[in-house]
Ligand binder design. Structure first.
Ligand code: 13P
Length: 270
């Protein structure tokens, strides 16, 4: 039995006051999550605040990115050690917004313009290794662009991303990861991936994990779906055998949007 994970990704939202209010409202309203794990992915500036607001609750706190070096001349970056020093235990790695996989370009822009943060399969792998070695729990993201889906390449793209994130990672370390499948075209668009299709691709993620590090790790791996998850579609997603939770953007920014998702994750194993 895999423990479901319902993770919010607040992205670049919430100053410290707003973060405290939102985290406190989630804690106050969520009830007992049972076997489900609840994680709030908050801006780096709010990590300490949210750790404080959630410390007497089962809610875990995640950073939204990290750098793979311990310390040094890397202006603007934060290390795994720094994240851990706030009390946070999780980190989101390789989100499509950090990989620059937006799926749309402003007029006159090229891929280079939208790859703001430069994450690639190689850097995602380096960050994942460092997170695990440091004792952080990584939620590592994959997902295809609309153009890749339309070209019939979704399965191959996702499988290649999963192979790349696992490169050089032992089975014992891979067992500490959570993988999130987020089709880029479903992020922030209101266009949820059909639950059967999300389940099918999460199954491909699991099968790829099995090929690289073995069936045992694949059987225990939590695979989350992300992309326009909300109260009216969460139950259908959570009912699927290969979907072990959600990575949620917009609906995690209000307690009344996120609490039903926590309850659905809890109910899925009740
Ligand atoms: P939305 O839930 O807003 O579509 O965002 C999904 C996401 O990117 C979570 O990481």
């Amino acid at each position: 039995m895999r423990k479901p994970v319902m993770a919010g990704n607040w992205k670049m939202n919430c100053d410290n006051e707003e973060a405290c209010k939102l985290a406190c409202a989630v804690v106050a309203g969520m009830g007992d999550p049972g076997a489900a794990e609840v994680v709030l992915g908050v801006p780096a500036t709010a990590l300490t605040t949210v750790v404080g607001c959630t410390e007497k609750s089962p809610v875990g706190v995640a950073a939204q990115n990290m750098f793979w070096e311990e310390s040094g001349a890397y202006t603007g970056e934060i290390s795994a050690k720094m994240i851990l020093s706030t009390g946070a235990q999780w980190v989101i790695i390789g989100h499509s917004e950090r990989r620059g996989r937006f799926g749309k370009l402003e007029a006159g822009w090229t891929d280079a313009h939208v790859a703001y943060f430069g994450d690639s399969d190689v850097t995602v792998n380096a960050k994942t290794k460092k997170a695990i070695a440091s004792g952080l729990k990584p939620i590592v993201c994959c997902g295809e662009l609309l153009s890749e889906r339309q070209a019939g390449k979704a399965d191959a793209v996702v499988s290649a991303q999963v192979k790349a994130m696992l490169d050089g990672i032992s089975a014992a370390d891979a067992a500490k990861m959570v993988i999130a499948y987020e089709p880029v075209w479903a992020i922030g668009t209101g266009e949820v991936c059909d639950a059967d299709e999300a389940d099918r691709i999460c199954g491909i993620v699991r099968q790829t994990v099995a090929e690289v590090v073995g069936q045992d790790v694949a059987d225990g791996m939590r695979v989350l779906y992300g992309g326009s998850v909300k109260a009216d579609n969460v139950e259908g997603l959570m009912a699927k055998p290969n979907i072990d939770g959600g990575l949620v953007g917009g609906a995690s920014l209000k307690a009344e949007g996120f609490i039903p998702l926590i309850k659905a994750a809890a109910a899925s194993v009740a």
